[in-house]
Write a protein that binds this ligand. Structure first.
Ligand code: GZL
Ligand code: ZN
Length: 341
């Protein structure tokens, strides 16, 4: 069962090619404000420069699609989407390019938290509001208007609480539990927060051992590679915390290749994050126990913020998206039907 990344890569390449053309639309080709979606007060297209960090996971593909589907010309926007292919220097270049193009708004999904001050300062000097989507930056908060995304520490803590309850139900509260973690990109908010959150619960259980943490880069291939190595290094792994679904998919493959089993009927507990559609198949199949949702549909939320800013309103600095979790005890077939990403 392959994730959507391969198909998504094709889609995002086509979208980027299309957008490249669409993105060349010029200002002043305003749509009439009445009934033609929202436009700026002056009735022209609102230009939005979006620096997307990459296409590494199903989650990321859905996140990009959400922006492309929201910031359309029909809705009154001219979206300039630059995909950084997981390189921060490409994001810094994109921000500087948007400043030169004098866009109305800059949206950034920062791959890591550090290294943004000078690029954001240039945007601020040019009077262009910056909205952070999905991940946070470690910079003075005067350099960005607001953050929209997940509360990663909370996600990590919820995962720890879920494991606590699961082990209690299994009568394993006193058992020594050996845990390994496949982390996302080092320095990324999602990896930092999920690690910190789970650790907050781990420290309440002296019978839980975090044997090792590896960087799976949020990708399926690296996740599988690191899991293979962990299985070779540790005889008794009871739980694998995968900080996104694509790494969980890779971990499941590695566990099966090692002749072991995972999931509610298997030896190893798999905890995952994102809850993308493909992960529901794994939970239904019984290889992943639980998945902590991280909603990728930031497009509409960011559009709402831009409209508020256009109306001269101030917006909250930190805007967490609503998130829940899904596990093997639920009606996953039904829940999967409602998933759009
Ligand atoms: C989370 C996001 C993470 C996802 C991964 O908001 O930053 O990046 O969990 C993605 O799938 O690569
Ligand atoms: Zn054990």
């Amino acid at each position: 069962m392959r994730s959507r990344v391969k198909k998504g890569l094709l889609i995002s390449a086509l979208l980027l090619a299309g957008l490249g053309a669409a993105g060349c639309g010029r200002e002043g080709e305003g749509l009439s404000a009445a009934g033609q979606g929202e436009t700026s007060a002056a009735g022209r297209l609102i230009t939005v420069g979006f620096s997307q960090l990459g296409s590494e996971s199903d989650w990321r593909i859905a996140n990009s699609e959400s922006f492309v589907n929201t910031f359309t010309r029909e809705n009154g926007y001219d979206l300039l989407l630059e995909n950084a292919q997981q390189k921060q220097e490409n994001q810094l270049k994109a921000i500087r390019k948007f400043v030169l193009q004098d866009v109305d708004y800059i949206v950034v999904a920062p791959i890591v938290e550090s290294g943004w001050d000078s690029a954001l300062q240039e945007a601020k000097n040019a009077g262009i509001p910056v909205i952070l989507a999905d991940r946070m930056v470690d910079a003075d908060e005067s350099l960005y208007t607001c953050y929209v995304g997940g509360n990663f520490v909370k996600e990590g803590e919820e995962a720890g609480r879920w494991l606590e309850n699961y082990l209690k139900e299994q009568g394993r509260s006193e058992e020594t539990i050996n845990i390994v973690t496949l982390q996302g990109t080092p320095g990324a908010s999602a990896a930092i927060g999920r690690t910190e959150g789970f650790a907050n619960i781990l420290e309440e259980h002296d019978n839980w051992n975090m044997l090792d943490m590896r960087n799976g880069e949020f990708t399926q291939a690296k996740g599988e590679e690191e899991m293979e190595d962990l299985l070779a290094a540790y005889e008794d792994i009871d739980v694998v915390v995968c900080q996104n679904d694509n790494m969980a998919f890779g971990a499941v493959d590695a566990i099966h290749a090692a002749g072991k089993t995972c999931g509610p009927k298997g030896d190893i507990v798999i905890i995952s994050f994102d809850a993308v559609k493909a992960a529901f198949d794994y939970m239904i199949e019984g290889t992943i126990h639980v998945d902590f949702e991280c909603n990728p549909l930031h497009g509409p939320r960011v559009a709402e913020i831009i409209q508020e800013l256009e109306a001269g309103k101030t917006v909250d600095k930190i805007q967490y998206v609503d998130e829940t979790y899904f596990d093997y005890t639920m009606d996953l077939e039904k829940l999967k039907e409602g998933r759009t990403y």
